[in-house]
Design a protein around this ligand. Structure first.
Ligand code: GAF
Length: 474
């Protein structure tokens, strides 16, 4: 299934609730997180309520209204209504607009793109495989207005820093600098033949950085969307995703796959997206009515470029190169079965064999996970998630002791179907599938036990699946 940005507005009213954040031992700074509905109806009919729970936790609950029955179940379980979240949405966008005016003296339009959490299918995207992410209702915001010249100026609200480039510069050097995720996208748009013009940009990211929730892709996609719109241009979501991936590969220096950018462009509220990373075709899968995905941040920072991410990718390329010489028709690890791997295991080093085994087995798990969602079988998905974690820990070696602890503790809790590391790894977050009735107790108890075990405080995100990139104020 493909959709277009042009004419691709959401066809439902309402949308999704914001993340319910449980920050143990401190008050959430994200309580005012921005929330938007579909492209055509930002913020319609949702409401929020805040309540204190115990001595040290604060929850933000957002109600959901939708004409689609599937979503009503969620609305009931998240009921609460005293502050309209549409107000929060508009507030967030207007604040950025005001700040933009102060900074640049111009009126801006405001765009946003979500972070993502991957349910299953890790390190498969750059092997032409399958992934199953969900867009989270945490966003990067970009306010933008055109300039008369060929300059792109950007100010980061997170870092209080400015950066700029000239679009005629064919030798942009920004690797290692935060601006790579914005200016690199401008350069990548030009390389793709998009005649973007000069623009002023103001960026504010609300997706936690270095947590494996794809803050980079959300910046890239929001910036790409803003740059295109400021130039009166539009492309399909798949084109924008590809352009942003190229920016990350060539200008930021991280050899990421396509999953995160595709998710930031094509996410849909209340659905997971099963993506074939070879064809870039995707299927939307409804989430479980009685079970909820919960993200737990180990607070161990990861860094793709500095970590073993590129090294893992190189191992996969080695396996592909060797096995494509043995088995006709093999273009990527996606084309192999576990039996193929066994047969030619002697051609690979032990480490490269394990890397390939993770990728091949993980692809199988994503296909099985699709059936689990289609059949409404959380038990099966939970089992697959636990297997996925073991494979990422032992074969792919991208976990770390803190994340393993989070997964183990999660699996011991009542009402938990499964848990695994999510994202690029080397720290970051876990995702757990939990019975809806147990979610709050799960978050409270897991954070406490994790702190006892590691001395680290974990942030718990009880999020809603959101729509992809869009204009916030229309
Ligand atoms: C990171 C990358 F950016 C993705 O492309 C993907 O490879 C993921 O790690 C691992 O599944 O988020």
């Amino acid at each position: 299934m493909r959709s277009e940005f042009a004419g691709g507005r959401a066809d439902k009213r309402g949308g999704h609730a914001g993340p319910i954040l449980l920050h143990i031992s401190r008050v959430s700074s994200n309580a005012n997180s921005p929330f938007l509905a579909g492209w055509s109806a930002p913020g319609v009919g949702r409401s929020a309520t805040c309540e204190r729970v115990g001595a040290c936790a604060i929850y933000l609950k957002l109600n959901e209204f939708s004409v689609n029955l599937e979503f009503e179940t969620e609305a009931k379980s998240l009921a609460g209504s005293d502050v309209t979240s549409s107000n929060l949405v508009l507030q967030q966008a207007r604040i950025l607009q005001d700040q933009f005016k102060e900074l640049y003296g111009q009126n801006a339009r405001v765009y946003c793109a979500p972070g993502r959490v991957n349910l299953i299918g890790e390190h498969t995207d750059y092997n032409d495989g399958f992934v199953m992410p969900v867009a989270m209702d945490m966003y990067t915001w970009v306010a933008a207005a055109p300039r008369e010249d060929t300059q792109v100026h950007v100010y980061s609200r997170n870092l209080s820093e400015h950066a700029e480039m000239d679009l005629r510069d064919t030798n942009l050097q920004v690797q290692g600098h935060w601006s790579a995720y914005v200016l690199g996208v401008a350069a990548s748009l030009r390389l793709a033949g998009q005649k973007v013009c000069g623009a002023n940009l103001l960026v504010e990211g609300k997706v936690p950085m270095g947590a494996g929730l794809s803050s980079s892709a959300s910046v890239e996609v929001a910036a790409g969307f803003a740059l295109l719109a400021a130039s009166g241009l539009s492309v399909t979501p798949v084109e924008l995703a590809t352009i942003c991936q190229r920016a990350e590969n060539e200008f930021a220096g991280a050899r990421c796959g396509i999953m995160d950018q595709m998710m930031a462009c094509c996410g849909r509220a209340n659905y997971a997206l099963m993506l074939d990373c070879r064809s870039l075709e995707f299927q939307l899968l409804p989430l479980f009515p009685d079970a909820q995905f919960v993200v737990c941040n180990s607070m161990v920072k990861h860094d793709h470029a500095a970590s073993g991410y590129n090294a893992r990718r190189a191992d996969c390329e080695t396996a592909t190169r060797i096995l494509s010489g043995e088995i006709p028709g093999v273009r990527a690890l996606r084309d192999l079965t576990l039996m193929d791997l066994e047969r030619f295991s002697q051609s690979l080093t032990e480490v490269v064999y394990r890397r390939a085994r993770h990728v091949v087995s993980e692809n199988g798990r994503v296909l099985a996970a699709r059936s689990a969602l289609e059949r409404g079988d959380p038990e099966l998905l939970g089992r697959l998630m636990r297997e996925s974690h073991r494979s990422l820990r032992d074969d792919y070696e991208v976990s770390c002791p803190e994340v393993d602890t989070l997964v183990e503790l999660a699996c011991e809790q009542d009402g938990v179907y499964g848990s695994r590391i999510t994202g690029g790894g080397f720290g970051g977050c876990t995702i757990s599938l939990v019975q809806r009735s147990q979610v709050e107790e799960f978050g409270r108890s897991l954070a406490q036990r994790y702190e006892q075990a590691t001395g680290k405080k974990s942030d718990i995100y009880i999020f809603q699946a959101s729509d992809g990139a869009r204009e916030a104020l229309q």
